[in-house]
Design a protein around this ligand. Structure first.
Ligand code: GSH
Length: 199
């Protein structure tokens, strides 16, 4: 069984939980307090979660873990094994992590001088995502795909409130940014993906 280390309320951990839930794969979760990550640092040399142990191999990075789960348990698929659909999904995921996440991350702390520009950039980019989804049920088309798994734990704050006890400013920032405009199809998608199982 895959062992995965997590802290409470982690967006990136939820990606792994969704992917494994989709595959019917059980995870041996190891819980750590947010404020004491010494065991995570000892295991992986850094403090971010999720960290997965596949036997003796330690894998870090939520989407690398999801791709590894996909390789080990291909059915039901989250990602096309080859071709343009696979490439489009990989581009979307990298763009989401390296670009879309920029404004909420930059706003998580003292108000930066370019806060207004960050907010309007975030609104524009979320509009692009809503357009990418279009009238489809999922970013993956008719079924949950790897892009849904990648973006859901962040975009869900368009309609879902942070869980009780979750005081992370980042999640409140996401809710604020995502609720600046109306995206009914994106909202319906968030409720749809939220109904999927988590490991
Ligand atoms: N690129 C990493 C990012 C992981 C990450 O930022 N994890 C957050 C929790 S969602 C974390 O551990 N943050 C702690 C910190 O920033 O000190 C991934 O996809 O796993």
């Amino acid at each position: 069984m895959i062992r995965v280390h997590r802290v409470p309320f982690s967006t990136n951990v939820e990606r792994v939980a969704l992917a494994a839930g989709h595959k019917g794969l059980a995870i041996d979760w190891v819980d750590h307090p947010d404020e004491d990550r010494s065991a995570i640092v000892e295991l992986s040399g850094q403090r971010l979660v999720p960290i997965a142990e596949f036997g003796t191999e330690v894998v870090r990075g939520s989407m690398r873990i999801v791709e590894r789960i996909e390789a080990e348990r291909p059915e039901p698929p989250l990602l096309s094994p080859a071709g343009p659909e696979r490439a489009a999904a990989l581009v979307a995921m990298d763009w989401f992590d390296r670009v879309w996440k920029g404004p909420p991350n930059a706003l998580d702390g003292p108000e930066p001088p370019d806060a207004d520009a960050l907010r309007s950039r975030s609104r524009r980019w979320t509009g692009w995502l809503a357009a990418l989804l279009g009238e489809s049920d999922y970013f993956g088309g008719d079924a949950l795909g790897i892009v849904d798994v990648c973006v859901f734990p962040f975009l869900k704050y368009a309609v879902l409130d942070p869980e009780p006890g979750d005081e992370q400013a980042f999640h409140a920032i996401l809710a604020d940014l995502l609720r600046a405009d109306l995206h009914p199809a994106l909202d319906a998608w968030a409720y749809r993906v939220d109904s999927h199982p988590r490991a």
